[in-house]
Design a protein around this ligand. Structure first.
Ligand code: ZN
Length: 469
């Protein structure tokens, strides 16, 4: 191979004005004294300015030119954030179409590898459950701001320099583990211990590492945090309380955080982020709704059927608009997660609005004999029953001559000697109350559902198989 000795190589440290970045998006502790407490009128003015800059950037990107042009939108039509509803939302289906139309990275990125003036890029993917994962390229501006937003989260959730943090999030194509690593060592002074999920480092080994190296903070999904504590207690004879974990950083959704907190004797904090947008919202020490990083993202709540914006307190699907992304800005991306804006203010002094918990995914929702059923809600009811270890899996089938829709909920029981028939009766009654339709409960032994859920292997747990499709 012939080497071109004149080739330009981009340097990461020169790719961005880092001092400007931290003025624009202050990390902790500056964040606590500035943007976090910014008066609403100032914050709204900042949002408006950044929104208009984002729309301007959108007009440079073919995906938005087409999507907006199709409804007759023209540059100049959007004069302030009050005009936002003129902009048509899009979903993951539009992103998939863009990827098919313009392989391999679609026409929504606005950046591409190589070229005359290359910029440093990193690729991660969504943890999609259908088809190939969706690629996402991050330019330095995108990556670094995401990293700062994560730092705000961890600092608000009690992490300090010197903490040793077990990152039990997947390593590989997905963003989860790497985004945490970037943040912990660049902006927190905390030490990432990159065990990854159970498929990277067996759970028993993770617990040995916690004990040996004095890990005091864990990042992981709820099911894996539960699994780890139970493996420590039941398989290794180690009381999780003795491990000195001070906090758990998670994405709780509708899971019961008090169960996880009791297992570890540690606070468990909620947060909301996606591959497209980084860390968007996190709860503070009061654990009462997740503060939205309003200087960096705009979250709208819309009726899933009509697209009409919902008032505070009303549930709907989330539309994401990013203010900080140069590559692949998101402008009214209907991410299909269901939540609501929480009315009122928080004792911590943040002026940023709060998002309620994530109630589930609109496209995870199953129609069962006329009722809308979220597997996440089933999980809460299962976890409430002390006879189960919280592991469950739902299977939906069309059965019989009358093609009746039936759901079977398999539930792992903690104790092999437990009265399965009693659990079945009680849980079937409870689930009828919670979800409004009758389902069949089938007790299972510990570990039996792993083949369906992948709990010991992956941080992205599967809870549902719809076999009607
Ligand atoms: Zn707060």
């Amino acid at each position: 191979m012939k080497i071109n000795y004149e080739q330009t190589f981009p340097h990461y440290s020169r790719s961005l004005d880092f001092e400007q970045l931290v003025r624009d998006y202050p990390p902790p502790p500056e964040y606590f004294q500035s943007v976090m407490r910014m008066p609403r009128h100032e914050l709204d003015a900042l949002k408006n300015k950044r929104f208009l800059a984002t729309v301007k950037r959108g007009w440079e990107i073919p995906f938005f030119q087409k999507h907006w042009g199709a409804v007759g939108l023209e540059p100049g039509d959007i004069r302030s954030i009050a005009d936002i509803e003129k902009i048509p939302p899009y979903t993951v289906h539009d992103i998939r179409k863009s990827l098919e139309r313009n392989p391999p990275f679609g026409d929504f990125m606005g950046i591409a590898p190589g070229g005359d003036n290359p910029i440093p890029l990193v690729l991660h993917t969504s943890g999609g459950t259908t088809g190939l994962p969706r690629p996402m390229l991050y330019a330095p501006q995108d990556r670094e701001t995401m990293t700062i937003l994560s730092a705000r989260r961890y600092a608000m959730q009690g992490m300090v320099p010197g903490d040793k943090v077990l990152v039990a999030l997947s390593l590989g194509l997905s963003n989860g583990g790497f985004a945490a690593r970037d943040c912990l060592w660049k902006y927190m002074g905390a030490v990432p211990v990159m065990t990854g999920g159970g498929s990277s480092t067996p759970t028993r080994r993770q617990i040995e590492i916690i004990k040996a190296w004095g890990v005091n903070y864990i990042l992981g999904f709820p099911a894996y945090l539960r699994h780890m504590a139970i493996v420590a207690r039941d398989e290794l004879g180690i009381d999780p309380h003795s491990l000195g974990i001070k906090a758990l950083g998670s994405h709780i959704g509708v899971e019961d955080r008090t169960k996880i907190e009791a297992l570890w004797n540690a606070d468990c904090y909620d947060s909301y982020g996606t591959n497209e947008s980084g860390m968007m919202a996190q709860d503070c020490e009061f654990k009462n709704g997740m503060h939205i990083n309003e200087d960096a993202v705009l979250l709208e709540i819309a009726d899933p059927e009509t697209g009409k914006l919902q008032p505070e307190g009303e549930k709907g699907t989330i539309y994401i608009t990013t203010f900080y992304r140069y590559g692949a800005p998101q402008i009214r991306f209907n991410v299909n997660d269901i939540s609501a804006i929480m009315p009122g203010t928080c004792e911590c002094g943040s002026t940023h609005k709060r998002l309620e918990k994530i109630f589930g995914r609109n496209d995870n929702m199953v129609k069962l004999r006329g009722a809308n059923v979220f597997p996440e809600a089933i999980g809460v009811a299962v976890a409430e029953d002390a006879r189960s270890n919280g592991e469950f899996f739902c299977m939906v089938d069309r059965v019989g001559e009358d093609a009746r829709d039936e759901m079977v909920v398999m539930v792992e029981l903690r104790d092999p000697a437990a009265d399965g028939a009693a659990v079945k009766t009680d849980l079937e009654r409870r689930l009828k109350e919670v979800i409004g339709v009758r389902v069949t409960v089938e007790p299972a032994a510990i570990g039996d559902l792993d083949q369906h859920t992948g709990t010991s292997q992956t941080s992205k747990i599967k809870r549902l198989l719809d076999r009607r499709k």
